[in-house]
Design a protein. Sequence first.
Length: 460
Amino acid sequence: MRARTVPTASGRTASGGRSRRGSRWVRAAHDRFLATGTPPAGLDPVVAESWRRSLRSGVDPDEPHPGRILSADELAQYRERHPLAAAMPLARAMLIESAVDDGLVVAVSDDVGRLLWVEGASRARGAVDRVGFVEGAVWREESAGTNAPGTALATRRPVQVLGAEHFARPVQALNCAAAPVRDLRTGAVLGVLDVTGGRAAGSRMVLALVRATAASLEAELARIAREHSGAHTAPGAYAAPDALVAANGLVAANGLAAAEGLGAALTPGAAVDLSVLGPRPAFATPRGPAPLPLRHAEILLLLAAHPAGLGADELAVLLHPGELSDVAVRVEMSRLRHSVGPVHVGSRPYRLARPLRTDADVVRGCLAAGDAVGALAAYPGPLLRRSTAPGVERLRADLSAEVRAGALAAGGPALEAWVASPEGADDHEAWTRLAALAPPGGPLAARARAHLSVLDDLLR
């Protein structure tokens, strides 16, 4: 999902396009959505998708239930051991102290949406207290509906939610902006930084400030980790070897590198011809990776999976869940040859002129070598995640299952990386295994138990 645009004070978006709808229109859209289950055209797509997720999760729009609130002792113990505790002095200096003057509340949650710290102006604290936005409560979408910290956690991206865009009506008097805070060594989301309040929290400058502060907290945590790793390694701690943080926020390790904006994983001496795991498919050219249309990526991937070749009718069945004519297939093949060259694709049946190496092959190669950590580092997300082609969906499910099985079998850093990913975030079996393997009494065990309690509440 692409980052949303944010309106300026003049009502125009920062990118110069049309501004978001007014509060009266959004409130009416919210009422229509609850009646029909279909968001109206013109609604911010980030909000529309979040409303759908909230509705599917069974959130009551009039009485949301933010989950079991930890006791004061439980919360104090959990906060003390949480990685974000080390960054709180910087958060207070950069954001919380000024928030008091601006009548705002700053909240920091963990990676499952549990609010660990809620600090700020007393008047604003009273307003958020009344809707259950309090320390120890869980504000992920499945519990509280659309809200900035919960939606930032669901999308893994900065987000701003204004007034009636909140799914739950009791929260619609508030505005909020939030951004994930990541561990730069592993790419794992540690939690979310949020600013909530009245009109001031709806400013585009607040979202920019939240994003900048989150980046500063990430850098501070990385600095602290470097200092600690130079002296000792804490029990259960993991430092990714030669880890590099790519421009798209994904991490590559064990000699893997992420191609900027394409998500292609490469290993030294073994170039990838086709990138199918990143946010956009890409094909290798002499001048570097070139973006590839989704349909062309689907065809190349399916042909790579069927080296003996596919007839037009077979390819049509694998490409489309309904009916796709042989003529349509031939047209796409002609376009594909024009795009990647006839040297790559033959016909009668359609097959590759030479094997193509994909970044999915890199993942499978790591798994075959017993390197589950390397496999997770090379796996930024599901295979061609936007594809609805039946053949691709099967390949996607197979690869995801293989990665999950490798992480569960390996434990340790691989298992930590799996549960930190969107696919593994709600994997109860994986979190249970992590809790069992983590050093007793350590921060990882506490985090796993806290996450399991949230999942158990959602499953009830």
